[in-house]
Design a protein around this ligand. Sequence first.
Ligand code: CP
Ligand code: NVA
Length: 297
Amino acid sequence: MKHFLSIEQLTATEIQNLLDSAAVLKRQRGHHAQPLSGQTWALMFTKSSTRTRVSFEVGIRELGGFPMFLSGNDIQLGRGEPIKDTARVLGRMVHGTIIRTFAQQDVVDFAKYSGIPTINALTDDEHPCQILADLLTIQEKLGSWENKKVAFVGDGFSNMTRSWMWAAKHLGFSLVVASPASCQPPSEFLTELNAPNVVITSDPAIATNGAHVINTDVWLSMGQENQKEKELEFAGFQVNSQLLASAATDHIVLHCLPAYREKEISEEVLEQHAATIFQQAENRLHAQKAILVALAK
Ligand code: CP
Ligand code: NVA
């Protein structure tokens, strides 16, 4: 694995290897090897972040490296310098780059032109680092995703749902995505996905009925904040105690955070499931350290 750009491009074996490594790194925190010793890794972010930034900065340090945060607004990229020029400069100075931005193509181009390990820390298309942490949390809480039903209630074609759909395709678990008709994945995407175990519905109760994992995310992703009309489509899609009444008795609730209480999730459900949701947030650190170890030369 030279880069970590999407769940789409991973194999089931690569995903499982990363999760196994993350579990070991979590157990050995403070005592493991430091394969990034002497290395500088850049974080180039053009969108806001709390969890991803902090977990990568801490993770790089714990692996012996030095993180360098580059806000997209502060570097020349923000004034229009092309990604391929930025990539060719950073590729000669740092050992790897972690990118959070809008276009997936920018991350792909950066990987191509920089020649250094490149990690997608969220684009409009995918949030692969988050999905690894989510899968690790499912393993910890439920043992495995085998024979489990996973529900996603919310925007059916966001970065999170796209990454979840690819994860279901590779790993074979049942995924039901409940989303307003206007936010469902287009047929071209579903044809490309070609995963009979991924079901799309407009009825959140169909998704949560018997579900072991109930997942949600903001209704308006970063960059969509002004699309207030889109938010109106989500009436009835809040993850609340009523919607969870028919879930499996041992269900867990996941939220990648940040959460907007009383929008996509009720305050009551978020606080009832806070132990899992913040374990999920902590797992960002361990999962990303596994990615860094896998990419470190
Ligand atoms: N879940 C997640 O990626 O959080 P941040 O936007 O705070 O990094
Ligand atoms: N779908 C959300 C995820 C935030 C971590 C967004 O892109 O804003």
